[in-house]
Design a binder for this molecule. Structure first.
Ligand SMILES: *[C@@H]1O[C@H](CO)[C@@H](O)[C@H](O)[C@H]1NC(C)=O
Ligand SMILES: *[C@@H]1O[C@H](CO)[C@@H](O)[C@H](O)[C@H]1NC(C)=O
Ligand SMILES: *[C@@H]1O[C@H](CO)[C@@H](O)[C@H](O)[C@H]1NC(C)=O
Ligand SMILES: *[C@@H]1O[C@H](CO)[C@@H](O)[C@H](O)[C@H]1NC(C)=O
Ligand SMILES: *[C@@H]1O[C@H](CO)[C@@H](O)[C@H](O)[C@H]1NC(C)=O
Ligand SMILES: *[C@@H]1O[C@H](CO)[C@@H](O)[C@H](O)[C@H]1NC(C)=O
Length: 746
């Protein structure tokens, strides 16, 4: 269909004299040298075909961003776009419908920019690498540490961005494929890091979000990463780019193109500080093209990749060149690039940007992702706008709206900080700033603000000058200056609420401070983050987010070398393992999150409604196969799990039902537990019981063996609802183990 569309286009542009005239690909406008010039992100186009220059590199991680392909107006229309929370905050919402709606809104605004000639149609987002190590400077760009969560988040986001089809609103790009989660650790950088990953960890942990994107969501593009995986740079790895991505996951040419991360091809050649995988830049280009990379992004380092020189030196073939062109053009066809002014989505314009619905969604998303970590004696919510009440708002981001956006941001339509939001809500505020990384700080203004006030709200954490692209942290401890100021304030005998920005720091020392009554984590809450935080504190909204990552103690960074990619604990030494699946002693665990109420959960137990106690593996598979229910066996549905959640307190609240599985089956060691299903239930009223059916599939129950095969094992399965556990049930799978996905070996 898409190939046909390209042929028709070319035919239409070629003078027709007595029958079909095929485009002249050797001497005509599509001859190799014109194609070769178009293998880069800043493609010059082919003027004789009416194809103008095209910038493939546009970003929209959490809203249309400032980036090469996008031109922003100084004022008025297209001077702003909705800035949602970063993925780490929306990941904490555990709400697929919300994520999809965010994707719809971002892509609608992006398309409006494109229609006005201010952006192109390809957006290199989302970032779905599992957040393996708390030091990672780009962890906040991802939904969290769990591959199942990231895969579901990716599915919802890509669906929202691309739309239901056949034309895509914009083309999304899942990045960074694969095992990319390190910027710099000593002399090891993302440009030269060789990630040593076992086949089991690769399939079980590093790849599921990409399988979701490519195989199941048919995302329009995949970005290969800077790092090498087991000795081969990802952008030159035919195993990752062809055997797995194109063949095993059936991501065909119609599903479009692979783009290199920017300068990745330069660094896989003979460049200083790179992999030195090939003896020249030209050979690196050839290796990358032949492996299945279709577009080479060049940022600033080295020189622009010279595809013509590499081609003339026979580092890649004509067939490879043509294939890359076809894949790129397929992408443009899918995005409706050739459809003319009446094409789908061409009607989107300036009135579709910064709508009141988008503004409300940005606020709701921020509220939904806030996590209540601690709340002694139900200190929160607290009314702050009552007569005589003054609130001290202290800290480096209390009055800094821009800090709440995080990396890859655009210009928001308006700015609200916690202080401005509080004043708008009629709260009397005593504001004092605080340190970010300074180790000593003059505390007098903060102390006097606190002394005048009845409640102290302390805005702590880190921002994206501390954690950012190309910069990892070396410590996950609280910055000394912040801790010493907070300790000082704690001595004043005022109740303190701590609100945290950025990704995690070890909260152990502040949990020991007697006057710290409550702790909220906001991540990077976006354009309405200040209002969302104040709404949560005052009870206008009720926090119900859950940690999408493990909060490790600061000793973790010395126990777990950053470059050690293994998920499982070591059998010798003190390597503690990673993520809630393996790590045993977190400060706060994955999934932790309190409410302004309590919930009880029950699994129906009457004989008619109870969940079956045994399932035969063979019957599960044959029902799925004979009814042709799923394209792949891991997607075969498993009977839904019916739950009922009751709000037993006095405050209406959302509730995230999390279902983990555990059990002694499959390869050892056994994980502590694995997230297998979740659903966010909104607005449960006091006293109300709400039923929900958690949907899952055979893949949710499977484990991965050392070969990388995904296997459904017989055994006793225990399902734990929530953390701490509010309900549980068990069932048994009987019969022989069954391979759901036989994994191709390297
Ligand atoms: C965004 O919308 C608000 C009204 O909701 C308006 O005040 C503001 O000027 C708009 N900003 C831009 C850049 O359109
Ligand atoms: C005070 O705050 C509460 C929420 O805590 C809100 O319902 C009320 O409208 C506010 N009153 C004023 C005067 O702003
Ligand atoms: C939740 O239940 C605990 C234990 O019964 C109780 O101490 C606490 O006050 C309850 N919280 C709320 C918000 O009702
Ligand atoms: C699937 O097929 C089995 C026979 O293999 C049949 O008993 C079952 O009812 C079918 N289920 C559905 C949902 O169609
Ligand atoms: C995936 O591709 C393989 C090999 O080309 C093919 O046999 C299989 O039918 C495809 N599966 C689906 C669901 O498209
Ligand atoms: C499961 O729930 C029962 C009560 O229904 C309880 O006795 C048991 O300890 C729970 N098991 C786990 C693993 O939480």
């Amino acid at each position: 269909m898409a190939v046909l569309a390209i042929s028709l286009l070319l035919a239409a542009l070629t003078p027709v004299q007595g029958g079909v005239k095929y485009p002249d690909c050797t001497g005509g406008p599509l001859r190799s040298n014109k194609k070769l010039a178009n293998l880069v992100n800043n493609a010059p186009g082919i003027s004789r075909l009416g194809l103008s220059a095209y910038q493939w590199w546009n970003e929209a991680l959490h809203g249309v961003a400032h980036n090469r392909g996008i031109s922003w107006a100084q004022s008025g229309q297209f001077s702003a776009a909705t800035q949602f929370p970063q993925a780490i905050t929306t990941g904490a919402a555990f709400d697929d419908a919300l994520i999809e709606q965010i994707g719809v809104t971002i892509s609608t605004e992006a398309r409006a920019f494109a229609n006005a000639g201010r952006a192109h149609l390809d957006f290199w987002t989302p970032d779905v690498n599992p957040f393996r190590d708390p030091r990672w400077g780009r962890g906040h760009e991802t939904p969290g540490e769990d591959p199942y969560l990231n895969a579901r988040w990716a599915a919802a986001f890509v669906k929202g961005m691309q739309g239901p089809g056949p034309t895509h609103r914009v083309v999304a790009t899942c990045k960074h494929y694969a095992a990319y989660d390190l910027e710099n650790s000593g002399s090891t950088t993302r440009f030269n890091f060789n990630a040593k990953v076992t086949m089991q960890d690769l399939v079980e942990y590093y790849l599921p979000p990409f399988r979701q994107c490519a195989r199941d969501s048919k995302v329009g593009s995949i970005m290969c990463s800077y790092n090498a995986v087991n000795g081969v740079p990802a952008c030159a790895d035919p195993y990752l780019l062809d055997t797995i991505l194109r063949k095993h996951w059936n991501w065909t040419d119609e599903n479009q193109y692979v783009v290199s991360d920017c300068d990745a091809v330069y660094y896989l050649g003979n460049a200083n500080r790179g992999h030195r995988y090939k003896s020249s830049y030209a050979a690196a280009i050839g290796a990358s093209m032949e492996a299945g990379c279709d577009n080479m992004c060049w940022a600033t380092d080295g020189t622009q990749p010279n595809a013509a020189a590499a081609f003339n030196a026979k580092h890649f073939t004509q067939q490879t060149l043509d294939q890359a062109m076809v894949r790129q053009f397929q992408g443009l066809v899918k995005a409706g690039y050739f459809d003319g002014p009446n094409g789908m989505y061409r009607n989107l314009g300036p009135s579709d940007v910064n709508t009141s619905a988008a503004q409300k969604l940005a606020l709701r998303a921020a509220e939904a992702g806030i996590v209540l970590l601690k709340n002694d004696n139900n200190f929160l919510p607290v009314a702050l706008n009552t007569t005589g009440t003054q609130a001290a708002m202290i800290g480096f981001w209390a009055n800094a709206a821009d800090k709440m956006l995080g990396g890859y941001s655009g210009t928001p339509p308006f700015r609200d900080s916690p202080v401005s939001a509080a004043r708008t809500a009629g709260i009397t505020v005593n504001f004092a700033t605080g340190p970010l990384t300074q180790s000593s700080f003059d505390a007098s203004a903060a102390v006097s603000a606190a002394q005048k006030s009845s409640v102290v709200i302390f805005f702590a954490g880190i921002d994206n000058t501390v954690e950012k692209e190309s910069q990892d942290r070396t410590s996950i401890s609280w910055p000394a200056g912040q801790l010493s100021l907070l300790t000082r304030l704690s001595g004043l005998n005022k109740p303190i609420v701590v609100v945290k920005l950025g990704t995690h720091m070890d909260d152990t020392p502040i949990l020991a401070l007697p006057n710290v009554k409550a702790i909220l984590w906001a991540g990077y809450p976006g354009q309405s983050g200040g209002t969302a935080v104040m709404n949560s504190i005052t009870g206008v909204s009720a926090p119900a987010g859950r940690l999408p990552v493990t909060m490790y103690p600061s000793s973790f960074t010395s126990a777990a070398p950053y470059t050690n990619m293994a998920l499982r604990p070591g059998t010798t030494g003190n390597y503690p393992g990673r993520t809630y699946r393996w790590y045993k002693t977190p400060v706060f665990g994955f999934g932790h999150g309190l409410h302004y109420t309590n919930f009880s959960v029950s699994v129906p137990s009457s004989p008619e409604t109870s969940f079956p106690k045994t399932f035969a593996i063979e019957a599960l598979l044959s029902a799925c196969k004979s009814n042709n229910t799923a394209s792949y066996l891991d997607l075969c549905p498993f009977p839904s799990l019916p739950l009922s959640a009751t709000n037993t307190g006095a405050t209406a609240s959302d509730y995230v039902a999390l279902a983990f599985v555990k059990g002694e089956y499959g390869p050892q060691p056994y994980p502590i537990k694995t997230l297998a299903a979740y659903e966010r239930i909104s607005g449960i009223k006091p006293g109300e019981a709400r039923a929900v059916e958690l949907k899952w599939n055979l893949g949710s129950l499977a484990r991965v063996n050392e070969r990388g095969d995904t296997v459904l094992y017989p055994g006793k399965y225990t399902v734990l609802i929530d953390t701490p556990v509010l309900a549980n049930l068990s069932f048994t799978l009987t019969g022989e183990e069954a391979v759901l996905d036989r994994w191709p070996q390297a």
